[in-house]
Design a binder for this molecule. Sequence first.
Ligand code: SAM
Length: 323
Amino acid sequence: MMDTPCTVVPLAGTREDDFAQCLLHGLSRPQKEIPCKYFYDEEGSRLFDAICELPEYYQTRTETALLARHAPEIARRIGPQSEIVEFGAGALKKIRLLLDVVRPRGYTPIDISGDYLMGVTRTLAAEYPGLNLRPLAADFTAALAVPPLPGAHGRAGFFPGGTIGNFRPEAAAGLLRRMRASLGGANAHCKGLLIGVDLVKDPARLHAAYNDAAGVTAAFNKNLLARANRELGADFDLDAFAHYAPYNPVARRVEMYLVAQARQSVTLRGRRFDFAAGEAVHTEDSHKYTPDSFAELAANAGWRLAEQWRDAEDLFMLAWLES
Ligand SMILES: C[S@@+](CC[C@H](N)C(=O)[O-])C[C@H]1O[C@@H](n2cnc3c(N)ncnc32)[C@H](O)[C@@H]1O
């Protein structure tokens, strides 16, 4: 049993209409695009979980090992009886490594995949009686006013998974700035933000991670089209699009596309969209950082890189940011 019942505060930005509007807008642009946050309905969240288990996807294994190894130091930074607010919480697996050591008073997982979030929160609630759980189905790119948890000794943010890489540097700085404001900014109540950052590395390793042999990332990418068919009655032929995810070493990002395999038309909400053979729809960027370039990004957003933990191969970095 939890101390308090779960509260759910659905915010604008997660409604079906927004998906429709974004899709209509994105497919009308000269370079067609669909924002990556729409990957995540229940099916998309399940597919992302499967990606995390793939042998090629080093990110999850590496970040999980860093969290396990450095949890005591992280606990000292956060302090006991605090509140942890997690942005893009997904399956709530990584937080378990902190809950056991940090022993916070409350935990507020935020995710855009609302039904999935509620399901995994119920499982967590059964495992952690007494923890104040306040799942929030919301878009974390909005300016979120998350009310402080009564009685908590400070608040820390948690943003794992390398999700910050999905934002172009200027948008990433804006997001980190808004997160700082949501957590309390320079106020002493704000302990800091623990963030996972995927590092610049051998392009072959990056290519393999986003082009897995089992085709799970391809299915995850195509879920955007499947979701449009399910929710909006679109008529995308999934077999007529190919997953394409090259690493751009100059921009230091993996770019993800769905490429039309032949000339075709798709109907969405009564509008027709034509695709030339070989035409690409941009679906995601995943920017990679060096420790220095990430420290610079954090500084642009009003944070200071106070501590960092990296694995022996320098694949991934856990960064502790303070105001
Ligand atoms: C790359 S996954 C990381 C999941 C998990 N934190 C991890 O480390 O394994 C990104 C997560 O953020 C969520 N997400 C993506 N964009 C979001 C947004 N704009 N607002 C809220 N959640 C978002 C997705 O639903 C997904 O759970």
